[in-house]
Design a protein around this ligand. Sequence first.
Ligand code: FAD
Length: 102
Amino acid sequence: MVVVGSGITGAATAAALAERGARVVVLDKEDGPAREGSGRAQGSLRVQGRHPSEFPLAIEAMHLWTRAAADDPAHDAEFSTGGNLYFATDARERPMLLNLAD
Ligand SMILES: Cc1cc2nc3c(=O)[nH]c(=O)nc-3n(C[C@H](O)[C@H](O)[C@H](O)COP(=O)(O)OP(=O)(O)OC[C@H]3O[C@@H](n4cnc5c(N)ncnc54)[C@H](O)[C@@H]3O)c2cc1C
């Protein structure tokens, strides 16, 4: 099987296929993996502050990341869960922060 794109979507898809026994090749237009969005991400995972319809997917994603970090054969994954800290720099952001704290 061929997966086009070596960002998190392509890498996770390829890993899931390989786990199920497929022989997978990942192709990318760049000269290394994750040179686009996935290589620029801050690495922040968030369940808080989502639309309720997104909660099941966000919670499932946290489980998957927890498992991926635990299964990391090189033991170089940095993964910690401790909530999110939001800062307001403007009083107009207060209602939004209070809403997140509910
Ligand atoms: C600055 C920044 C910070 C972010 N911070 C966070 C964060 O903290 N938390 C979070 O959850 N999300 C964050 N995101 C969003 C997150 O990075 C993306 O949602 C995610 O990386 C998308 O992954 P992807 O695999 O779908 O796409 P990409 O990572 O963009 O991967 C697509 C891949 O496909 C390749 N490709 C494209 N077209 C072709 C082609 N024609 N042929 C071959 N290969 C091709 C590209 O080169 C690329 O490697 C951030 C994004 C940015 C830009």
